[in-house]
Design a protein around this ligand. Structure first.
Ligand code: SF4
Length: 390
């Protein structure tokens, strides 16, 4: 039997300290960690009926801070996953790590268990910026974490960088990117700072204590990021993601290609046979639900045909492009008339490339991806006789 290839996401909802900008679900009290690990293993078991049809091609442990798990907790989760799922021989297994919580023996243990990709939330190589973001590590810790990962045998490393901090100067950001490139990670994710509602940073901004960077300054930093990374050999394959050739994150690509994945842990999201659901965003309620034998689901929706179609275009544009033949099939029309005119205009304005089979945004296009998506969806809806099948 040919098994469908899926992704697995594991959310570890604990952090040593809450960063000022973060709205990922995590708590700073570690008291419930053991109970959580027990519940997580139980949730994985609850999904065992799904496991018979699939093999896991990519796995991502995020959070929170997975590197806070002690070796026993780590092994218990791995043991449960091994017992429940079949893993493909080319599994990509990423673990997120906070540069302030890694040590060589821990990194070696990850490698021995089969983790083959590590993602460091570096954010900046400027200690002042790191303090502003309330990160627990210093620039020196970040550099050391990457070096330790190399010594432990990791040959696939991601470094996260954040830009557009209040008052950030171009030179500081340039230095951050240069420092990241000097470490030669295979992958760099560069995100602009977002003022998420209900974070401490958002409240400071609302009180007028900090002033966000102007849109034009942020756009300038974005273009600088893309230009510098390209010069250092990193190809942009999504709005915020850059990789050396062949080192794109396969787990990310699975999300953007609308692949199926199962998410475990509080707040984790899943996509399975065109149903999307998310788990409860509370460790205690999550543990209670799972230990009572129920799925810890907070929200679930069956995607309509129209939503599936729009997702295909939206996710394709923000990532590595949309196949024109797929658009033609989904929208029941050939790429001609107004759609072809729009693509031609984007090409002339340097927003996209199109080789006749695939439409891909350029760095300039990624910078205004949301607006371009709305424009394309609008033209497709107006110009095509939309089919009701996918
Ligand atoms: S370490 Fe990561 S998950 Fe934890 S608070 Fe900071 S940004 Fe959020």
């Amino acid at each position: 039997m040919n098994r469908r290839r899926i992704g697995v996401y594991v959310h570890i909802p604990f952090c040593q300290h809450k960063c000022s900008y973060c709205d990922f679900y995590s708590v700073v009290s570690l008291d419930a960690m053991d109970r959580f690990v027990e519940a997580l293993c139980h949730e994985i078991r609850l999904r065992s009926e799904y496991a018979s049809e699939v093999e896991v091609a990519t796995m991502f442990w995020g959070g929170g801070t997975p590197s806070l798990l002690d070796p026993d907790q780590f092994e218990r989760i791995v043991g449960q996953l091994d017992e429940t799922f079949r893993f493909s021989s080319d599994l990509e297994w990423t673990i997120e790590a906070n540069p302030g919580t890694v040590a060589l023996d821990k990194l070696r243990a990850y490698r021995r268990s089969g983790v083959n990709r590590i993602s460091f939330g570096v954010q900046s190589f400027d200690d002042g910026e790191l303090r502003f973001l309330e990160r627990i590590h210093s620039a020196r810790d970040a550099q050391r974490a990457v070096e330790l990962a190399r010594s432990a045998g990791f040959d696939n490393i991601n470094v996260d960088i954040m830009y557009a901090l209040p008052g950030q100067r171009t030179e500081t950001h340039r230095a951050n990117i240069e420092r990241a490139c000097a470490l030669q990670p295979e992958h760099i994710s560069a995100y602009s700072l977002v003022y998420e509602p209900n974070t401490p940073l958002y409240h400071r901004m609302r009180r007028g204590e900090i002033l966000p960077l102007a849109d034009e300054q942020e756009a300038e930093l974005y273009m600088l990021t893309a230009e510098l990374l390209e010069r250092h050999g990193y190809r942009q394959y999504e709005v915020s993601n850059f990789a050396q050739p062949g080192r794109e994150c396969r787990h990310n690509l699975l999300y953007w290609h609308r692949g199926e994945y199962l998410g475990f842990g509080p707040s984790a999201h899943s996509h399975w046979r065109n149903v999307r659901w998310s788990n409860i965003r509370s460790v205690h309620r999550y543990v209670e639900a799972v230990m009572n034998g129920t799925f810890p689901i907070a929200m679930s929706e069956q995607l309509s045909i129209e939503e599936q179609r729009n997702e295909t275009v939206f996710l394709g544009l923000r990532a590595d492009g949309v196949e024109l033949s797929v658009v033609e099939r989904l929208y029941g029309c050939s790429i001609a008339g107004a759609v072809a005119d729009l693509i031609e205009r984007w090409k002339q304005e340097g927003l996209a490339t199109c080789d006749g089979t695939k439409l891909r945004l350029t760095a300039r296009g990624y910078a205004v991806c949301d607006g371009l998506t709305v424009e394309l969806l609008d033209v497709l809806e107006r110009s095509c006789e939309v089919r009701q099948v996918l």
